[in-house]
Design a protein around this ligand. Structure first.
Ligand SMILES: [Zn+2]
Length: 96
């Protein structure tokens, strides 16, 4: 198994001449009106044109982290309707 280690450089799609190297940068993003900075964020940076590409996994991790709805437990409602045992349902009167 030699696939778990990522290659540390790859050819650039943009300029076709440069090589993109894995760097750890400070990533800036806006969350509403707040500027979020993430240090040591993995990014691929071309040494010729300077194109940046962020690691897919890191991006999805980040968006999960910043999404207030992500990972929220959905269990505020009870799992089953609460019933009181021993109370038989009364026949409903038809008042029409
Ligand atoms: Zn390039």
């Amino acid at each position: 198994m030699s696939e778990e280690k990522l290659p540390e450089s790859m050819p650039c799609d943009e300029c076709q001449a440069g090589v993109m190297n894995l760097r750890f940068i400070t990533y800036f993003t806006w969350l509403g009106e707040e500027l979020i900075t993430v240090q040591n964020f993995p990014a691929w940076i071309c040494d010729v044109c300077g194109r940046r590409e962020y690691d897919e996994k890191a991006i999805s991790w980040l968006s999960m982290l910043l999404d207030p709805n992500a990972g929220k437990p959905t269990g505020h409602k009870p799992a089953s309707p609460h019933r009181i045992p021993g109370q038989s349902s009364r026949p409903s009167a038809d008042l029409s």
